[in-house]
Design a protein around this ligand. Sequence first.
Ligand SMILES: Cc1cc2nc3c(=O)[nH]c(=O)nc-3n(C[C@H](O)[C@H](O)[C@H](O)COP(=O)(O)O)c2cc1C
Length: 199
Amino acid sequence: MNILQINASARREGANSTRVANDITARLLAANPGAGLTLRDLAVTPHPMLDEAALGALFTPADQRSAEQAARVALDDALIAQIQAHDTIVLGVPMYNFGVPVQLKSWIDAIARVGVTFRYSASGPEGLLKGKKVYVALARGGMYRDTAADSQVPYLRSVLGFLGMTNVSFIYAEGLAMGPDAVEKGLAQAHADLDAVLG
Ligand SMILES: Cc1cc2nc3c(=O)[nH]c(=O)nc-3n(C[C@H](O)[C@H](O)[C@H](O)COP(=O)(O)O)c2cc1C
């Protein structure tokens, strides 16, 4: 087992999503002594967003790129190589304004590369990041589990599945802003989910 943990909270310290992601990773390491672990904290090293310059670099043939364009594409290449090299992915994901943090969206924009992490064939799209297990630690102020207002889970299922990562388990820490005991209760729920997923 080779674990890649991605922390997507904008907070370096005190993030609930990171706390739950850390718990998932700790359980995996305890059950799989000798497993490798790579940590990428997107608050510490945020990936640049997919802007016009980045698109221009990606759509310029490699042998015609400027040094600046080559450097920009290399940043994405590094994230692709990193996820390719790991078989177990742990994502810490807060809810921000009903969506995923921009830091996570930029990471997803970097790893989604036609011909590399997905391709189209006559029978439709095919994800190329296969054989991975993904655990997603969700942290929310309110309660959205299994409701139409939860846009994060369907989005993450779609995009991860599109890239070939179809084995995804979601761990919910919810209601974290709802009263004095909220964080404790939300984390207890997450631990119950984790018990159910990891046994
Ligand atoms: C900018 C911002 C936007 C948020 N938007 C939502 C939201 O739409 N729904 C929700 O339930 N909680 C929302 N929250 C609460 C967070 O999801 C909650 O505080 C969570 O613990 C944040 O993750 P973190 O602790 O890992 O940083 C928001 C918090 C912030 C700071």
